[in-house]
Design a protein around this ligand. Structure first.
Ligand SMILES: NC(=O)c1ccc[n+]([C@@H]2O[C@H](COP(=O)([O-])OP(=O)(O)OC[C@H]3O[C@@H](n4cnc5c(N)ncnc54)[C@H](OP(=O)(O)O)[C@@H]3O)[C@@H](O)[C@H]2O)c1
Length: 332
Protein backbone atom coordinates (compact mmCIF):
# COMPACT_ATOMS: atom_id res chain seq x y z
CA UNK A 1 0.00 0.00 0.00
CA UNK A 2 1.27 3.47 -0.92
CA UNK A 3 2.17 5.57 2.14
CA UNK A 4 0.18 8.79 2.46
CA UNK A 5 2.46 11.62 3.63
CA UNK A 6 1.77 13.10 7.07
CA UNK A 7 1.24 16.50 5.49
CA UNK A 8 0.35 17.59 1.94
CA UNK A 9 -0.76 20.79 0.22
CA UNK A 10 -4.36 21.85 -0.23
CA UNK A 11 -6.28 25.03 -1.12
CA UNK A 12 -8.58 25.49 1.86
CA UNK A 13 -11.50 27.85 2.51
CA UNK A 14 -12.36 29.26 5.94
CA UNK A 15 -15.16 31.43 7.29
CA UNK A 16 -14.78 32.18 10.99
CA UNK A 17 -13.88 35.02 13.34
CA UNK A 18 -10.95 35.76 11.05
CA UNK A 19 -13.35 36.38 8.13
CA UNK A 20 -13.83 34.63 4.78
CA UNK A 21 -10.46 33.58 3.36
CA UNK A 22 -8.83 30.89 1.23
CA UNK A 23 -5.30 29.81 0.43
CA UNK A 24 -2.77 27.00 0.34
CA UNK A 25 -2.14 25.12 3.60
CA UNK A 26 -0.45 21.94 4.78
CA UNK A 27 -3.15 19.48 5.83
CA UNK A 28 -3.25 15.84 6.93
CA UNK A 29 -5.59 13.09 5.78
CA UNK A 30 -7.48 13.28 9.08
CA UNK A 31 -8.34 16.92 8.34
CA UNK A 32 -10.48 15.70 5.43
CA UNK A 33 -14.12 14.56 5.51
CA UNK A 34 -14.50 10.78 5.90
CA UNK A 35 -14.79 8.49 2.88
CA UNK A 36 -13.93 4.97 1.76
CA UNK A 37 -11.32 5.94 -0.83
CA UNK A 38 -8.15 8.00 -0.70
CA UNK A 39 -6.76 9.12 -4.04
CA UNK A 40 -3.46 10.66 -5.03
CA UNK A 41 -4.87 13.45 -7.12
CA UNK A 42 -3.61 14.25 -10.61
CA UNK A 43 -5.92 17.02 -11.85
CA UNK A 44 -8.82 19.22 -10.85
CA UNK A 45 -10.38 22.11 -12.75
CA UNK A 46 -11.80 25.61 -12.34
CA UNK A 47 -15.58 26.05 -12.59
CA UNK A 48 -17.72 29.11 -11.93
CA UNK A 49 -18.87 27.53 -8.67
CA UNK A 50 -15.22 27.16 -7.60
CA UNK A 51 -14.69 30.87 -8.20
CA UNK A 52 -17.77 31.73 -6.12
CA UNK A 53 -16.64 29.38 -3.33
CA UNK A 54 -13.00 30.44 -3.35
CA UNK A 55 -13.77 34.14 -3.13
CA UNK A 56 -16.90 34.06 -0.97
CA UNK A 57 -18.90 35.84 -3.69
CA UNK A 58 -21.45 33.02 -3.57
CA UNK A 59 -22.62 30.94 -0.61
CA UNK A 60 -21.46 27.55 -1.87
CA UNK A 61 -19.87 25.91 1.19
CA UNK A 62 -22.26 24.64 3.82
CA UNK A 63 -19.58 24.05 6.42
CA UNK A 64 -16.08 25.37 7.12
CA UNK A 65 -13.24 24.89 6.72
CA UNK A 66 -13.27 22.82 3.53
CA UNK A 67 -10.79 22.13 0.76
CA UNK A 68 -12.07 23.78 -2.45
CA UNK A 69 -12.51 22.19 -5.88
CA UNK A 70 -15.74 20.55 -7.11
CA UNK A 71 -13.85 18.23 -9.50
CA UNK A 72 -11.03 15.75 -9.02
CA UNK A 73 -9.33 12.87 -10.83
CA UNK A 74 -6.50 10.63 -9.70
CA UNK A 75 -5.37 7.17 -8.63
CA UNK A 76 -6.62 5.23 -5.64
CA UNK A 77 -3.95 4.76 -2.95
CA UNK A 78 -6.20 3.24 -0.26
CA UNK A 79 -9.76 1.88 -0.20
CA UNK A 80 -11.94 0.16 2.36
CA UNK A 81 -14.45 -0.57 -0.42
CA UNK A 82 -13.49 -3.79 -2.20
CA UNK A 83 -14.91 -2.44 -5.46
CA UNK A 84 -11.82 -0.20 -5.74
CA UNK A 85 -8.16 -1.22 -5.58
CA UNK A 86 -4.86 0.58 -5.35
CA UNK A 87 -3.90 2.15 -8.69
CA UNK A 88 -7.47 2.42 -10.04
CA UNK A 89 -8.04 5.66 -11.95
CA UNK A 90 -11.21 7.45 -10.77
CA UNK A 91 -12.94 10.82 -11.08
CA UNK A 92 -15.57 12.69 -9.10
CA UNK A 93 -17.49 15.80 -10.18
CA UNK A 94 -19.91 17.61 -7.88
CA UNK A 95 -21.43 15.20 -5.34
CA UNK A 96 -20.87 17.60 -2.45
CA UNK A 97 -17.18 18.32 -3.14
CA UNK A 98 -16.35 21.81 -1.85
CA UNK A 99 -19.91 22.13 -0.62
CA UNK A 100 -20.47 19.66 2.21
CA UNK A 101 -17.13 17.80 2.05
CA UNK A 102 -13.52 18.48 1.14
CA UNK A 103 -12.88 18.90 -2.57
CA UNK A 104 -10.24 18.32 -5.20
CA UNK A 105 -7.76 21.20 -4.76
CA UNK A 106 -5.43 18.96 -2.78
CA UNK A 107 -2.59 16.52 -3.40
CA UNK A 108 -4.70 13.79 -1.75
CA UNK A 109 -8.49 13.57 -1.57
CA UNK A 110 -10.72 11.33 0.52
CA UNK A 111 -13.94 10.55 -1.28
CA UNK A 112 -17.09 8.48 -0.92
CA UNK A 113 -16.89 5.36 -3.06
CA UNK A 114 -20.55 5.66 -4.12
CA UNK A 115 -19.65 8.77 -6.13
CA UNK A 116 -16.30 7.63 -7.55
CA UNK A 117 -16.61 7.03 -11.30
CA UNK A 118 -14.01 4.60 -12.70
CA UNK A 119 -12.20 6.50 -15.44
CA UNK A 120 -13.99 5.37 -18.60
CA UNK A 121 -11.92 3.82 -21.42
CA UNK A 122 -11.49 6.53 -24.02
CA UNK A 123 -10.45 9.27 -21.57
CA UNK A 124 -7.23 9.89 -19.67
CA UNK A 125 -7.20 11.68 -16.29
CA UNK A 126 -6.25 15.02 -17.81
CA UNK A 127 -8.99 14.84 -20.46
CA UNK A 128 -11.50 13.92 -17.76
CA UNK A 129 -10.71 17.19 -15.98
CA UNK A 130 -10.70 19.30 -19.15
CA UNK A 131 -14.28 18.06 -19.21
CA UNK A 132 -14.96 18.07 -15.44
CA UNK A 133 -18.24 19.53 -14.21
CA UNK A 134 -18.40 21.79 -17.30
CA UNK A 135 -18.32 18.93 -19.82
CA UNK A 136 -20.58 16.80 -17.66
CA UNK A 137 -23.13 19.64 -17.54
CA UNK A 138 -23.06 20.21 -21.30
CA UNK A 139 -23.51 16.49 -21.98
CA UNK A 140 -26.24 16.15 -19.34
CA UNK A 141 -28.10 19.00 -21.05
CA UNK A 142 -27.89 17.22 -24.41
CA UNK A 143 -28.99 13.95 -22.84
CA UNK A 144 -32.06 15.64 -21.35
CA UNK A 145 -32.85 17.39 -24.63
CA UNK A 146 -32.54 14.23 -26.74
CA UNK A 147 -34.64 12.29 -24.25
CA UNK A 148 -37.29 14.93 -24.94
CA UNK A 149 -37.04 14.36 -28.70
CA UNK A 150 -34.60 17.10 -29.70
CA UNK A 151 -33.26 16.37 -33.18
CA UNK A 152 -31.04 18.34 -35.59
CA UNK A 153 -34.08 18.70 -37.86
CA UNK A 154 -35.72 21.09 -35.34
CA UNK A 155 -33.04 23.68 -36.11
CA UNK A 156 -29.76 25.02 -34.72
CA UNK A 157 -28.97 24.85 -31.02
CA UNK A 158 -28.03 28.15 -29.39
CA UNK A 159 -25.32 28.12 -26.71
CA UNK A 160 -25.07 31.21 -24.49
CA UNK A 161 -21.92 32.10 -22.55
CA UNK A 162 -20.25 30.27 -25.42
CA UNK A 163 -16.62 31.15 -24.66
CA UNK A 164 -16.94 29.84 -21.07
CA UNK A 165 -16.20 26.32 -19.87
CA UNK A 166 -19.70 24.86 -20.15
CA UNK A 167 -20.34 26.90 -23.30
CA UNK A 168 -17.18 25.84 -25.15
CA UNK A 169 -17.69 22.16 -24.37
CA UNK A 170 -21.37 22.40 -25.35
CA UNK A 171 -20.42 23.92 -28.72
CA UNK A 172 -18.03 21.03 -29.35
CA UNK A 173 -20.28 18.23 -28.02
CA UNK A 174 -23.45 19.45 -29.76
CA UNK A 175 -21.70 19.84 -33.10
CA UNK A 176 -20.04 16.41 -32.69
CA UNK A 177 -23.53 15.01 -32.10
CA UNK A 178 -24.71 16.35 -35.47
CA UNK A 179 -26.36 19.64 -34.48
CA UNK A 180 -25.78 23.00 -36.11
CA UNK A 181 -24.56 25.22 -33.27
CA UNK A 182 -25.04 28.98 -32.99
CA UNK A 183 -22.67 30.34 -30.35
CA UNK A 184 -23.86 33.46 -28.51
CA UNK A 185 -20.99 35.41 -27.01
CA UNK A 186 -20.08 38.83 -25.69
CA UNK A 187 -16.53 38.37 -26.99
CA UNK A 188 -16.48 38.99 -30.76
CA UNK A 189 -12.67 38.75 -30.67
CA UNK A 190 -13.06 35.02 -29.99
CA UNK A 191 -15.34 34.26 -32.94
CA UNK A 192 -12.48 32.36 -34.63
CA UNK A 193 -12.05 30.17 -31.54
CA UNK A 194 -15.79 29.42 -31.43
CA UNK A 195 -15.84 28.46 -35.13
CA UNK A 196 -12.75 26.29 -34.66
CA UNK A 197 -14.45 24.26 -31.91
CA UNK A 198 -17.67 23.65 -33.86
CA UNK A 199 -19.90 26.75 -34.09
CA UNK A 200 -21.35 27.37 -37.54
CA UNK A 201 -22.48 30.87 -36.54
CA UNK A 202 -21.27 33.28 -33.87
CA UNK A 203 -23.82 35.82 -32.69
CA UNK A 204 -23.51 38.72 -30.26
CA UNK A 205 -25.53 38.80 -27.04
CA UNK A 206 -27.88 41.21 -28.82
CA UNK A 207 -29.29 38.17 -30.70
CA UNK A 208 -31.07 37.47 -27.41
CA UNK A 209 -32.01 41.03 -26.56
CA UNK A 210 -35.64 40.83 -27.68
CA UNK A 211 -38.29 41.23 -25.02
CA UNK A 212 -41.58 40.20 -26.66
CA UNK A 213 -43.29 37.03 -25.32
CA UNK A 214 -43.01 35.38 -28.74
CA UNK A 215 -40.63 36.05 -31.62
CA UNK A 216 -40.00 34.46 -35.00
CA UNK A 217 -38.45 31.07 -34.44
CA UNK A 218 -34.71 31.11 -34.92
CA UNK A 219 -33.40 28.14 -32.92
CA UNK A 220 -34.36 24.50 -32.47
CA UNK A 221 -33.46 24.91 -28.80
CA UNK A 222 -30.35 25.56 -26.80
CA UNK A 223 -28.30 25.57 -23.65
CA UNK A 224 -28.33 28.69 -21.51
CA UNK A 225 -25.48 29.49 -19.13
CA UNK A 226 -26.40 33.06 -18.27
CA UNK A 227 -30.06 33.29 -17.12
CA UNK A 228 -32.12 36.51 -17.00
CA UNK A 229 -33.33 38.28 -20.13
CA UNK A 230 -31.25 36.16 -22.52
CA UNK A 231 -32.93 32.95 -21.33
CA UNK A 232 -36.37 34.53 -21.71
CA UNK A 233 -35.48 35.64 -25.24
CA UNK A 234 -34.16 32.19 -26.15
CA UNK A 235 -37.45 30.64 -25.06
CA UNK A 236 -39.34 33.18 -27.21
CA UNK A 237 -37.24 32.29 -30.29
CA UNK A 238 -37.37 28.49 -29.97
CA UNK A 239 -39.16 26.38 -32.56
CA UNK A 240 -42.22 24.25 -31.76
CA UNK A 241 -41.37 21.35 -29.44
CA UNK A 242 -37.77 22.49 -29.06
CA UNK A 243 -35.96 22.23 -25.73
CA UNK A 244 -34.07 24.90 -23.82
CA UNK A 245 -31.79 23.62 -21.06
CA UNK A 246 -31.09 26.06 -18.23
CA UNK A 247 -27.69 25.47 -16.62
CA UNK A 248 -26.32 28.81 -15.44
CA UNK A 249 -26.72 32.28 -14.02
CA UNK A 250 -23.58 34.11 -15.18
CA UNK A 251 -25.74 37.19 -15.86
CA UNK A 252 -28.69 36.73 -13.50
CA UNK A 253 -30.60 34.21 -11.41
CA UNK A 254 -33.86 35.93 -12.36
CA UNK A 255 -36.24 34.76 -15.07
CA UNK A 256 -39.05 36.96 -16.27
CA UNK A 257 -40.90 35.23 -19.10
CA UNK A 258 -44.43 34.40 -20.19
CA UNK A 259 -46.03 30.99 -20.64
CA UNK A 260 -46.60 31.69 -24.37
CA UNK A 261 -43.67 29.61 -25.72
CA UNK A 262 -44.85 26.67 -23.59
CA UNK A 263 -48.54 26.74 -24.43
CA UNK A 264 -48.40 27.96 -28.04
CA UNK A 265 -45.25 26.19 -29.27
CA UNK A 266 -44.85 23.32 -26.82
CA UNK A 267 -41.34 24.52 -25.95
CA UNK A 268 -39.79 22.75 -22.95
CA UNK A 269 -37.57 24.36 -20.34
CA UNK A 270 -35.32 21.67 -18.86
CA UNK A 271 -33.33 22.04 -15.65
CA UNK A 272 -29.75 20.84 -15.51
CA UNK A 273 -28.28 20.20 -12.04
CA UNK A 274 -24.97 18.41 -12.44
CA UNK A 275 -24.01 18.15 -8.77
CA UNK A 276 -26.97 16.04 -7.71
CA UNK A 277 -27.27 13.76 -10.76
CA UNK A 278 -28.34 10.20 -9.92
CA UNK A 279 -25.65 7.55 -10.26
CA UNK A 280 -27.16 5.71 -13.25
CA UNK A 281 -27.52 8.95 -15.25
CA UNK A 282 -24.02 10.01 -14.14
CA UNK A 283 -22.56 6.78 -15.52
CA UNK A 284 -24.47 7.19 -18.78
CA UNK A 285 -23.20 10.78 -19.24
CA UNK A 286 -19.57 9.74 -18.67
CA UNK A 287 -20.01 6.82 -21.09
CA UNK A 288 -21.18 9.25 -23.77
CA UNK A 289 -18.40 11.76 -22.96
CA UNK A 290 -15.79 9.02 -23.43
CA UNK A 291 -17.52 7.71 -26.56
CA UNK A 292 -19.69 9.20 -29.27
CA UNK A 293 -19.96 12.63 -27.58
CA UNK A 294 -16.25 13.00 -26.78
CA UNK A 295 -15.34 16.57 -27.77
CA UNK A 296 -13.01 16.75 -30.76
CA UNK A 297 -11.23 19.92 -29.66
CA UNK A 298 -10.32 19.30 -26.02
CA UNK A 299 -6.77 20.62 -26.40
CA UNK A 300 -8.04 23.82 -28.02
CA UNK A 301 -10.65 24.30 -25.30
CA UNK A 302 -8.00 23.81 -22.58
CA UNK A 303 -6.57 27.33 -22.43
CA UNK A 304 -4.76 27.20 -19.09
CA UNK A 305 -3.07 24.54 -16.97
CA UNK A 306 -2.22 25.99 -13.57
CA UNK A 307 -0.89 25.07 -10.12
CA UNK A 308 -2.76 25.72 -6.85
CA UNK A 309 -0.97 29.07 -6.46
CA UNK A 310 -2.73 30.47 -9.55
CA UNK A 311 -6.27 29.79 -8.31
CA UNK A 312 -7.08 33.28 -6.91
CA UNK A 313 -6.16 34.90 -10.24
CA UNK A 314 -8.20 32.35 -12.18
CA UNK A 315 -11.22 33.01 -9.95
CA UNK A 316 -11.03 36.78 -10.48
CA UNK A 317 -10.82 36.44 -14.26
CA UNK A 318 -13.80 34.09 -14.29
CA UNK A 319 -16.03 36.25 -12.08
CA UNK A 320 -15.21 39.27 -14.25
CA UNK A 321 -16.69 37.38 -17.25
CA UNK A 322 -13.24 36.89 -18.79
CA UNK A 323 -13.30 33.11 -19.22
CA UNK A 324 -12.08 31.44 -22.36
CA UNK A 325 -12.46 27.67 -22.47
CA UNK A 326 -11.30 25.55 -19.58
CA UNK A 327 -8.66 25.84 -16.88
CA UNK A 328 -7.20 22.61 -15.50
CA UNK A 329 -5.37 22.44 -12.17
CA UNK A 330 -2.33 20.16 -12.20
CA UNK A 331 -1.78 18.57 -8.79
CA UNK A 332 0.80 15.80 -9.27
N1 LIG B 1 -26.37 23.66 -13.48
C1 LIG B 1 -25.20 23.10 -13.31
O1 LIG B 1 -25.07 21.96 -12.94
C2 LIG B 1 -23.97 23.90 -13.63
C3 LIG B 1 -22.73 23.29 -13.85
C4 LIG B 1 -21.65 24.09 -14.23
C5 LIG B 1 -21.81 25.46 -14.35
N2 LIG B 1 -23.02 26.01 -14.09
C6 LIG B 1 -23.25 27.45 -14.25
O2 LIG B 1 -23.10 27.74 -15.62
C7 LIG B 1 -22.54 29.03 -15.79
C8 LIG B 1 -21.27 28.92 -16.61
O3 LIG B 1 -20.28 28.21 -15.86
P1 LIG B 1 -18.80 28.09 -16.42
O4 LIG B 1 -18.04 27.27 -15.45
O5 LIG B 1 -18.84 27.72 -17.86
O6 LIG B 1 -18.34 29.63 -16.28
P2 LIG B 1 -17.40 30.48 -17.24
O7 LIG B 1 -16.34 29.61 -17.82
O8 LIG B 1 -16.97 31.67 -16.46
O9 LIG B 1 -18.36 30.95 -18.44
C9 LIG B 1 -19.35 31.92 -18.26
C10 LIG B 1 -19.58 32.66 -19.57
O10 LIG B 1 -20.81 33.38 -19.45
C11 LIG B 1 -20.74 34.57 -20.21
N3 LIG B 1 -21.06 35.69 -19.32
C12 LIG B 1 -20.38 36.10 -18.22
N4 LIG B 1 -20.97 37.16 -17.67
C13 LIG B 1 -22.04 37.45 -18.45
C14 LIG B 1 -23.05 38.45 -18.39
N5 LIG B 1 -23.09 39.35 -17.42
N6 LIG B 1 -24.01 38.44 -19.36
C15 LIG B 1 -24.00 37.51 -20.32
N7 LIG B 1 -23.05 36.54 -20.44
C16 LIG B 1 -22.10 36.52 -19.49
C17 LIG B 1 -19.33 34.69 -20.76
O11 LIG B 1 -19.37 34.14 -22.10
P3 LIG B 1 -19.31 35.09 -23.41
O12 LIG B 1 -18.34 36.17 -23.10
O13 LIG B 1 -18.88 34.18 -24.50
O14 LIG B 1 -20.71 35.64 -23.62
C18 LIG B 1 -18.54 33.73 -19.88
O15 LIG B 1 -17.42 33.22 -20.56
C19 LIG B 1 -22.33 29.59 -14.39
O16 LIG B 1 -23.44 30.36 -14.03
C20 LIG B 1 -22.27 28.34 -13.53
O17 LIG B 1 -22.64 28.59 -12.20
C21 LIG B 1 -24.09 25.26 -13.73
Amino acid sequence: MTAIPAKFRAFRIHDDDGGYRSGIEDVSIDDLAPGEIVIRTAYSSVNYKDALAGTGQGRILRRFPLVGGIDVAGHVVASTDKAFGEGDAVLVTGCGLSETRDGGYSQYARIESRWAVPLPAGLDLRESMILGTAGFTAALALLRMTENRQTPALGPLAVTGATGGVGSLAVDIFSSAGYEVHAISGKPEHAGYLRAIGASEVLGRDALATTRPMESTRFGGGLDNVGGAMLASLLAQTAPYGNVASAGLAASHALSATVMPFIIRGVSLLGVASAGTARDIRDEVWRRLAGDWKPRHLERILTREVALEALPGAFSTMLAGGSLGRTVVALA
